[in-house]
Design a binder for this molecule. Structure first.
Ligand SMILES: O=C(O)CCC(=O)C(=O)O
Ligand SMILES: [Fe+2]
Length: 220
């Protein structure tokens, strides 16, 4: 499931983050890419030892966990690295797959939180390369794209302006993307039934199925 989610960060949070990134110290993005991704990575990242980094990281993690749709789609157990990337002047990130382990954390879900107004830069789509074809995403500031870390993807060249994002990785309680999607669909349907009819016997049965599937599939 490749899932765009609106308003993971509030506009206020985006503005504060962008301000802190503007004052931050950046380094070439090649420092944090695996050996093959490094060949195609042309952007910059906030240095992990920048005073703002720990705070910004905590804010991103909290935002993903508190957002009902993002949390339901990803079921975070632990976060891997969170990178704050800046791409300008034709920079891009060519086709790659993310490392399976990052900072000792298995990567099940990759995500990008968009921090720049899409009208403020040209290009810079995050392109998913699937067997069904390609899909490019350039989401409003504050929105996130969540996708299985098993997916080939790239960032198109930024031909004008500046693209700021937070890119992160999640180890999920549910490793398999198909199982995560099934739980997401079931929970979405269950909540719809609750909103329409209240806590009916059907709602209780769907809740039982959901809980028991999580028990089957979750690694705690
Ligand atoms: O900048 C993005 O949207 C994605 C970055 C990415 O693919 C990565 O850091 O591995
Ligand atoms: Fe990536």
């Amino acid at each position: 499931m490749i899932l765009p989610v609106a308003n993971v960060l509030t506009q206020e949070e985006v503005a504060v983050m962008a301000g802190r990134l503007e004052a931050g110290r950046f380094q070439p993005g090649t420092a944090t890419a695996g050996w093959h991704a490094r060949l195609v990575k042309d952007n910059e990242q906030l240095r992990a030892d920048d005073p703002a980094h720990a705070d910004l990281r905590a804010q991103v993690e909290a935002a993903v966990c508190r957002h009902p749709v993002a949390a339901m789609a990803t079921r975070p157990k632990r976060f891997g690295p969170i990178l704050f990337s800046r791409t300008t002047g034709g920079g891009q990130y060519g086709s790659h797959v993310d490392d399976a382990l990052m900072g000792g954390v298995r990567t099940d879900v990759s995500f990008t939180l968009f921090l720049s107004d899409p009208d403020s830069y040209e290009g810079g789509e995050l392109v998913m390369e699937t067997t069904a074809g390609e899909a490019g995403f350039k989401l409003p500031a504050g929105a996130g794209l969540f996708y299985p870390s098993t997916t080939l993807h790239r960032v198109a060249p930024v031909t004008a302006g500046c693209r700021l994002v937070a890119a992160g990785w999640i180890r999920s309680f549910v490793r398999d993307p198909g199982e995560r999607e099934l739980l997401f669909d079931l929970d979405t349907a269950r909540q719809g039934i609750f909103r329409r009819d209240g806590k009916t016997a059907e709602f209780d049965l769907l809740s039982k199925c959901l809980s028991n599937l999580v028990r089957r599939w979750a690694e705690d």
